[in-house]
Design a binder for this molecule. Structure first.
Ligand SMILES: Nc1ncnc2c1ncn2[C@@H]1O[C@H](COP(=O)(O)OP(=O)(O)OP(=O)(O)O)[C@@H](O)[C@H]1O
Ligand SMILES: [Zn+2]
Length: 807
């Protein structure tokens, strides 16, 4: 008789994308659990790979031919039952390997081949310490994992809280330690010591009474120094005299910013009737554990955040946990701070600019149940929260919720899956919902909650559209219309602030030779190089290729090279010339590259250290500054010409979002939108703050053209360094599809992808549009399987369900 485990191995190919059966050695039988990582032999030779245990079978008779698991990587599962199921569903939905989905859910620190150590975190008796740890305070678990006696001893110590198990990938992913002091004597013993110490040795006397005061508890040294007002040296003396001992205790790295302590939290605001109605509906769903999806459609400044916060509070009151997703969290420090100020220590924050160590610490706080509220960007949707009572997705229309590499999941779908698993409501919030979500609300699949007015009946700011064509004729090339400049000056005189946005969507600065028209392109990709003034180079945004800015045209040797496109730098320079006394903060990828810069610049602006905040799209979202009464969009139309059916929707969203930053408090606001397409419908409806009519117009266009939400879409791409091979592969796929798909399904292409060459590979694509095609899913899985099997041909095939971009 033997127990068998089902293991998904870390060999991401189609052939291995299924559980393999391994025998569980006797010594591991009592410890192994589903969701743990293991080391197993794989393939011929002595190759050892990592894997995840995804199932353990009933003991069976077996003939001894199976390979055995070599060792355990974990003592507790790193993936719980829910996430394991989710990973499997996700692999199926996104045409990705199961193993890739499993790793996607884990923090980096647990991804690479990790190394485990066992550390003493609390006193263990001397014998154990000598026997097991040989007097040191940590041991290398790798060396002992196959010794059942040692393992069981360690497990016992772990249960007693005396040792911790840690995964080490690199130093930065280590558990962080801090020195603490541990009093060694009783109150009376300290009393006796005091008598022995000279009365004028004030510091030592103070230390003794401090030690009495903390009553046997260990206190972090830094904190002890603060509380007692004593210097580190005094604690050293105390240690020599045997009054205390220094120990290392585990601490968490807290990402950016202080967490307020629980006495200084914000209290909830008094809700207005719309907010109240929304919160009541959501609370009811939480209380009754109803898996309902709500679409909270509230104009900018309608107080959606307060609705989120109060609904999350309800989930906590019910003893449940809450997950809040926000797009690109580093761009919304204000939002994170509001959540932290409301829930304090119970909040964990997850986002991409955390270091691996910080992320790992936050993950552990969640996994251990110490944090019950999680705020984070896309991948936070996998936060190992148990007992979820509510999931919120703010700005649900944002494309950053879709991952554009494998596994190509959309966080909205994953959130919906988890909400269903936990019988919890899901709240999708936006001022400008995606057409897909709004259509679902219309069909009654989602429940629509509306907040059509701003808090306290403040008006939405009037929006003026300025046609830049006559402006240019009058004033020559400029980024500032007379109207915008007048308003900017007026605001400055009144001591009010302005936000200016330079729309960089689908747009880059490039150079062109005026004599021959030559444009400098990337040698590896089918795209022009972007000018970067800060590093004085031309860069490719796809492959990273970099070269100096040419002063002579490489084609005709002419000297008339011109810079096209407008960067924030150039606009800032023009602004400084037009308004010499204005204090301007510039915010773009260059000025915010360093960690924490984004938050710092926003803080400065919030403290009115500048009159104007000039930035790219990154300033459009979520900012709430009461003193901002003017928003200017310098170029509204740059995104409109992209070969993408969502171009108008994105432009409308962006303009609505950024307009919403003006006049949010008592002072009324104004918005100026500069454009070369003043009659474009996306711009006109944004001017009128008219989501409803934009929705109708855009739905009509989508209907005519057969695009989402009337159809679902899948993009299939094939790439190869050899262009003909890529084309051949995509035609084969096309043929295969056309044989078996339903009549209603439309296959567009094959065509070269709009950016046809990238990193020296040629790309071809097919777009499949379908309404209901029962065979498609299986067919696509087949295609995936076949193309993977033929991998020696060097053709890569990817399948992207509901792509957000078609470039
Ligand atoms: N019930 C309330 N009473 C008073 N002030 C409120 C109330 N609800 C929200 N506010 C305030 O109104 C402002 C706007 O609210 P909030 O930022 O939540 O809006 P929002 O709908 O999330 O906006 P956006 O979509 O533009 O980010 C905030 O300063 C918030 O503190
Ligand atoms: Zn390139």
């Amino acid at each position: 008789m033997a127990e068998l485990a089902q293991v998904i191995v870390d060999v991401p190919t189609m052939q291995t994308d299924q559980p393999y059966t391994y025998a569980i050695p006797k010594r591991l039988e009592s410890q192994i659990q589903v969701g743990m990582r293991v080391i197993v032999p794989f393939g011929r030779g002595k190759r050892e790979v990592q894997g995840f245990v995804v199932g353990i079978d009933q003991p069976t008779e077996y003939d001894g031919t199976l390979k055995s698991i070599i060792g355990l990587m974990d003592l507790v599962p790193v993936v719980n039952t829910e996430l394991l199921q989710l990973s499997r569903w996700m692999a199926d939905q996104t045409y990705a390997f199961w193993i890739s989905c499993l790793y996607t859910m884990l923090p980096n620190a647990l991804k690479a081949k990790s190394h485990r150590v066992v550390r003493i975190v609390d006193e263990v008796d001397e014998q154990t310490s000598l026997d097991l740890f040989q007097g040191a305070d940590e041991l290398d678990f790798e060396r002992y994992q196959n010794d059942p006696q040692i393992v069981s001893q360690l497990l016992k110590l772990k249960r007693q809280g005396k040792v911790s198990f840690e995964y080490q990938v690199e130093d930065r992913a280590r558990v962080k330690k801090e020195i603490a002091i541990q009093p060694l004597m009783s109150f009376e013993q300290y009393e006796d010591e005091r008598v022995g110490v000279r009365a004028n040795a004030h510091a030592q006397q103070r230390l003794l009474s401090y030690l009495q005061q903390i009553d046997g508890q260990k206190v972090k040294l830094k904190q002890a120094e603060q509380q007692s007002g004593l210097k580190a040296g005094t604690f050293n003396v105390g240690e020599k005299r045997g009054w205390l001992k220094k120990i290392a205790v585990e601490t968490y790295r807290t990402p950016a910013g202080m967490i307020p302590d629980d006495q200084h939290l914000d209290s909830p605001l008094k809700l207005n009737p719309d907010q109240q109605a929304a919160v009541a509906k959501i609370d009811q769903a939480i209380d009754q554990a109803q898996n309902q999806t709500f679409l909270l459609q509230g104009v900018t400044g309608s107080g959606k955040t307060e609705v989120y916060l109060q609904a999350m509070a309800e989930a906590l009151r019910q003893g449940k946990t809450a997950l809040m997703l926000v797009p690109e969290i580093s761009l919304t420090p204000q939002m994170v701070n509001r959540v932290r100020r409301r829930f304090g220590q119970r909040v964990a924050v997850l986002h991409s600019s955390l270091s691996d160590g910080e992320r790992y610490d936050e993950w552990r706080r969640i996994e251990r149940g110490e944090a019950q509220v999680v705020v984070g960007a896309r991948s936070a949707v996998f936060a190992p929260l148990e007992n979820l009572g509510l999931i919120i997705m703010d700005e649900e229309h944002e494309t950053s919720y879709k991952q554009d590499e494998t596994p190509r999941y959309h966080a909205r779908d994953v959130a919906a899956w988890r909400a269903e698993y936990h019988h919890a409501p899901l709240v999708l919030g936006s001022a400008t919902p995606s057409l897909e979500s709004r259509a679902r609300a219309l069909a009654g699949v989602y429940q629509l909650l509306r907040m059509p007015t701003r808090v306290n009946q403040r008006p939405l700011p009037p929006v003026e559209v300025v046609d830049m064509r006559p402006e240019m004729q009058r004033n020559g090339e400029t980024n500032f219309s007379d109207r915008l400049l007048n308003l900017l000056n007026e605001r400055m005189e009144k001591g009010e602030q302005s936000i200016l946005m330079l729309n960089r969507r689908g747009f880059s600065s490039f150079i062109m030779c005026r004599d021959c028209g030559f444009v400098l392109k990337c040698p590896n990709c089918d795209i022009s190089l972007t000018l970067h003034m800060d590093s004085r180079t031309m860069k490719c945004h796809y492959c990273g290729h970099e070269e100096p800015i040419p002063s002579i045209c490489p084609q005709c040797q002419g000297r008339h090279i011109r810079y096209y496109g407008t960067g924030t730098e150039k606009v800032a320079a023009e602004l400084q010339q037009l308004m010499p006394s204005a204090r301007v903060i510039r915010m773009d990828v260059d000025t915010t590259r360093r960690k924490g810069m984004h938050a710092k610049l926003l803080k400065e602006f919030g403290e009115h250290q500048a009159d104007i905040l000039l930035g790219t799209q990154m300033i459009a979202k979520g900012l709430d500054f009461p003193n901002v009464t003017l928003v200017g969009v310098l170029n509204a139309d740059t995104g409109l010409d992209l070969p993408d059916f969502r171009a108008s929707e994105r432009t409308f969203d962006l303009l609505s979002q950024v307009s919403g930053r003006a006049g949010r408090a008592d002072k009324p606001g104004n918005v100026v939108i500069q454009t070369f397409n003043p009659d474009n419908y996306a711009i006109r409806y944004a001017q009128l703050h008219d989501y409803e009519d934009f929705f109708k117009a855009e739905m009509n266009i989508r209907y005519q053209a057969g695009y989402p939400p009337y159809y679902y879409t899948v993009r299939i791409m094939a790439s190869n360094e050899d262009e003909r091979a890529a084309a051949k592969a995509i035609y084969e796929i096309r043929n295969q599809l056309s044989v078996s798909l339903s009549k209603e399904t439309v296959v567009l292409g094959p065509t070269p992808r709009p950016i046809a060459r990238m990193k020296n590979r040629y790309y071809y694509q097919i777009i499949v549009k379908y309404k209901h095609d029962p065979k498609l899913h299986a067919l696509l899985k087949d295609i995936m399987r076949q193309t993977q099997a033929k991998s020696r041909q060097d053709t890569l095939v990817s399948i992207d369900p509901e792509p957000q971009y078609f470039m």
